[in-house]
Design a protein around this ligand. Structure first.
Ligand code: GTP
Ligand code: MG
Ligand code: NA
Length: 347
């Protein structure tokens, strides 16, 4: 089949890590939002989804791309936020099952923690490529760390005192040793001779933005290098239901991640319901603005058609008994409808 460039799909990146390592805060830094501050107890309790269009990726990697070596070809990137609290293993598992690449966030002042190790094991099991964000570098010493807002990691490290540089190096070596104990070789990303075999570490601060452009640039590079061939192109629709939510004026809606394919207004969708399969037609396809979190109520944008990967809110009749976590199918005819009804209930 001929595959033209307009058929490139956006890859999915999932953020995993122990509770309070700064997963949501990192996303807030990139989005220029404050979702984390609005969370009950500062704890994430749902899977999130945020779409970053190509133009935003270009702009937000500019400071570390002066030589133009990062050539953004993907149409965008969908980033899935997950909870780190120990009670949400199922949501971490769901999030990691959707992604093409992952960011494992480690707090540089804490090292590896129980859900860090749980996340590593999930990623190993699924053979998902991942990078480490070694976060909270500003916290190595809040008084002595010299903040260089939103700059590249090497630029800010060069401006730190000898003592801070040594402290960073010590903590880095410690984390590398802990990762080695989990069977992982690791190296700071710009000194990594073999990113295919050695885990790249990007030191970051979600508060000051230091190292955050490096993190995004590396994500773009790796997805483009690793997602070759068919993975890069749009194919049949694939979707997973994240949440079933009642929204004033819309009734019961479902929040989904469209992992692959296109979805149109009017499409027949088939999903698992509490009392049997649900077959209904898409009444409205809604998304938040680009770079806004799907799980946060906002002024939604209406679409006639959407393209993967994307977090989408679907309004349709009869969604009251839909089940979160299950797959959603798109049926093109009566035969497919029957087929997907069985498949939906098998999940
Ligand atoms: P869960 O989703 O609940 O697992 O937590 P999380 O990993 O999303 O962490 P979150 O973004 O909620 O941040 C936890 C706390 O750490 C918040 O108080 C943040 O302000 C703080 N924090 C996150 N990143 C940094 C950082 O780079 N530097 C400093 N100093 N504080 C940070
Ligand atoms: Mg969070
Ligand atoms: Na938190």
């Amino acid at each position: 089949a001929s595959q033209d460039k307009s058929d490139l799909r956006s890859p999915i990146c999932c953020i995993l890590g122990h509770v309070d390592t700064g997963k949501t805060k990192l996303l807030d830094k990139i989005r220029q939002t404050s979702v984390q501050e609005g969370e009950a107890g500062g704890i994430t309790q749902q899977i999130g989804a945020t779409f970053f269009p190509k133009e935003a990726l270009i702009e937000k990697t500019e400071v570390v791309n002066k030589d133009g070596s990062v050539d953004v070809k993907i149409p965008g990137l969908l980033i899935i936020d997950t909870p780190g609290h120990e009670s949400f293993t199922n949501l971490r598992s769901r999030g990691s099952s959707l992604c093409n690449i992952a960011i494992l966030v480690i707090d540089i002042t804490h090292g590896l923690e129980p859900q860090t190790i749980e996340s590593i094991n999930m990623l190993k099991m699924r053979k998902t490529p991942f990078i480490v964000a070694l976060n909270k570098i500003d916290k190595l010493d809040v008084t002595e760390w010299k903040v260089n807002k939103d700059t590249g990691f090497r630029d800010t490290l060069a401006q730190q005192s000898k003592r801070m540089q040594r402290m960073f190096e010590d903590r880095l070596q410690h984390v590398k040793m802990l990762l080695m104990e989990q069977g992982l070789n690791s190296e700071v990303y710009d000194k990594n001779p073999n990113p295919g075999r050695i885990v790249s570490i990007v030191p970051t601060s979600a508060v000051t933005g230091e190292g955050v452009p490096d993190l995004l640039a590396l994500l773009v590079k790796l997805t483009q290098e690793r997602m070759t061939g068919s993975l890069m192109y749009i194919s049949e629709p694939e979707a997973t239901i994240l949440e079933v939510k009642v929204i004033e004026g819309l009734g019961t809606t479902i929040d989904i991640v469209l992992v692959n394919g296109f979805l149109k207004e009017g499409d027949t969708i088939v999903l698992c319901g509490m009392n049997g399969p649900i077959v209904t037609n898409v009444r409205a396809l809604l998304t938040p603005q680009p770079m806004r979190e799907l799980r946060i109520k906002s002024a939604y944008v209406h679409h006639k058609q959407v393209k993967a990967a994307l977090g989408v809110k679907i309004s349709a009749p009869g969604l009251e008994k839909a089940i979160a976590g299950a797959r959603m199918f798109v049926a093109n005819n009566a035969d497919e409808e029957e087929y997907y009804k069985d498949l939906a209930m098998d999940d």
